[in-house]
Write a protein that binds this ligand. Structure first.
Ligand code: 5RP
Length: 290
């Protein structure tokens, strides 16, 4: 029995005051259940609606590429500046300290080194995603590829079915094959296919006309950085993407291959969350790298 000593009757019921409506800060997620929203809120900052994800999953098909030779030395020191980590389960379990308490967007499909960027229909067991307490699962799609489109859409579909049973969001990652044009028409198609097949987040590339791509995608888009650019150009790309409707970045090489990765991720963070211009971001980068 509860302690009844000095139990005071409630008096302040706000009768006549309508309930406070709670808009949700992640695009397309207003009708999702609580667990899904909780996970999305760990990825997308509720104050800004944006995210800076640090992608270091490249090794799963490319091996120890530049900047990822020693994840313990090169990536772990950056973790504190990232809003979310995107990596494979092997690296997560072997190297990322569990007490960093960062949300993880786990690469949950498999690839091959022979056809880099093209995945077969292999999907991680959902129980492993639960066991690792991930905040999202990432699945790559090869839209427009005659051999792999159907298989990778099937991967996404299955991941969404499994993820929604446990309120784990799925991020569709648009891989661009060499034969595909990196334009708004292609990314408009690829991002929309991801969203319509149930992805809660879509990862794409920035391109001319991106505002139409972002507007037509009913869930948040985060942009990949792509090949290493000079820092100022990479910050310009982040700034333009955010202005054109991206909900953040999921960046790898432009951070970990920078001359100062810690300064770069902090500058990216300031552009994404605080609206710094590319010039201000670059100034911050130069100050921090000293
Ligand atoms: C493709 C990915 C990578 O994580 C992605 O390309 C991000 O890295 P970068 O910014 O280096 O392009 O999802 O496997």
């Amino acid at each position: 029995m509860a302690d009844l000593d000095d139990l005071r009757d409630g008096m302040n019921f706000g009768v006549g005051v309508s309930s406070v409506s709670q808009d949700f800060h992640v695009k397309g997620a207003a009708h999702q259940p609580w667990g899904m929203k909780d996970r999305l809120s760990r990825i997308f900052n509720p104050n800004t609606g944006k995210t800076v994800m640090l992608a270091f999953d490249h090794g799963f098909i490319m091996g120890p590429t530049s900047g990822l030779e020693r994840i313990d030395l090169n990536i772990v020191p950056l973790v504190e500046y990232a809003d979310c980590l995107m990596c494979t389960r092997g690296i997560l379990q072997a190297i990322i300290p569990p007490n960093t308490n960062k949300p993880v967007c786990l690469r949950s499909d498999a690839g091959t080194s022979i056809l880099t960027e093209l995945n077969d229909n292999v999907l991680m067991d959902i129980e492993d995603a639960i066991r690792l307490n991930v905040s999202a699962m990432a699945i790559m799609l090869s839209i427009g590829d005659p051999l792999y489109e159907a298989k990778t859409v099937a991967n996404l579909y299955r991941a969404v079915d499994l993820g929604s049973r446990h309120n784990i969001p799925v991020m569709g990652v648009t891989a661009v094959g060499k034969q595909m044009a990196r334009d708004a028409r292609y990314f408009g198609l690829a991002t929309r296919i991801c969203a319509e097949n149930g992805a809660n987040i879509v990862k794409s590339y920035y391109c001319e006309g991106f505002e139409n791509v972002a507007a037509a995608c009913p869930v948040p888009i985060v942009i990949a950085g792509g090949k290493k650019l000079p820092e100022k150009e990479a910050l310009e790309m982040c700034y333009n993407a955010i202005n054109d409707g991206a909900a953040g970045v999921d960046m790898g090489r432009n951070v970990f291959q920078s001359t100062s990765p810690a300064a770069m991720i902090q500058a990216v963070h300031a552009v994404v969350h605080d609206g710094l211009t590319p010039e201000q971001g670059f100034e911050l980068f130069n100050d921090l790298k000293k």
